[in-house]
Design a protein around this ligand. Structure first.
Ligand code: ATP
Length: 221
């Protein structure tokens, strides 16, 4: 379904979100106070306007409250990012995603009404850190402070040519296998207990970080 998005701030982050939404055929209003940035997105976004988003009257005249989703992608000017998030909330925007520069900024954005706070540099750092320190973990996405989604490659023969049930996976690791990626094209979604696991399968698991680490550790032995 086509949705309407307003992106405020067209830096690397806001710009990438804009391009991706347009690729998915969504309606995007791109806003930035810098004319050069707006010119860059003139032919990318559905509409692109030069505006200072800190000005409430401007946001109202742009009809911000009519958008399904507002993305506040202002980076360095933390005060502007907080103020814009607050105004979008007060206008009744149904969904607000805001980008945080640091933990304190994230907490304030959460308090003033952002539905989702993203912290791209930190999140990417955590993902990369996990990948770099593990032989078996291919990807790692934090779902909350304690829970994550991880991709773990099966390289230990204790795991392969056996079913999920035989490994006693759920009881042993307290993790849920949401999908198995096999070879280049095969994706087995929500595998049943009698699903056979093969060498080099990639398990997409969801669970507590401690359990994900435990699985990763076992895969190496
Ligand atoms: P990125 O990492 O995404 O490149 P950044 O963290 O460096 O971004 P900035 O460059 O500080 O973030 O801000 C992103 C964009 O937001 C810039 O293009 C800037 O012009 C725009 N911006 C900042 N303040 C406002 C404002 N009050 N109204 C509209 N746009 C703004």
């Amino acid at each position: 379904m086509r949705k309407s998005f307003a992106i405020i701030g067209l830096g690397r982050f806001g710009g990438s979100v804009c391009r991706e939404l347009i690729k998915s055929d969504q309606e995007v209003l791109a806003i930035d106070s810098c004319e050069d940035r707006v010119n860059e997105y003139m032919n990318v976004a559905t509409h692109a306007v030069v505006a200072n988003a800190q000005d409430e009257a401007t946001l109202r005249s742009l009809g911000l409250r009519n958008f399904d989703h507002v993305i506040v992608a202002i980076g360095e000017d933390i005060q502007a990012s907080i103020l814009v998030t607050l105004m979008a909330k007060e206008m009744g925007v149904p969904r607000i995603t805001a980008k945080a520069q640091n933990e304190y900024h994230a907490r304030v954005l959460d308090k003033v009404g952002a539905d989702t706070v993203v912290h791209p540099e930190r999140d990417m750092g955590i993902r990369l850190g996990h990948k770099l320190t593990s032989n078996n973990m291919l990807d790692f996405i934090e779902l909350s402070e304690d829970y994550s989604l991880a991709e773990v490659i099966v390289t230990n023969k204790k795991f392969y040519n056996r079913t999920i049930e035989e490994i006693n996976f759920r009881q042993h690791f307290n993790l849920t296998i949401v999908a198995i990626r096999r070879g280049k094209n095969e994706l087995i979604v929500s595998p049943p207990a009698n699903q056979m696991i093969l060498e080099n399968d990639i398990l997409l698991v969801v669970g507590h970080n401690d359990n994900v680490d435990y699985l990763d550790d076992k895969m190496n032995r």
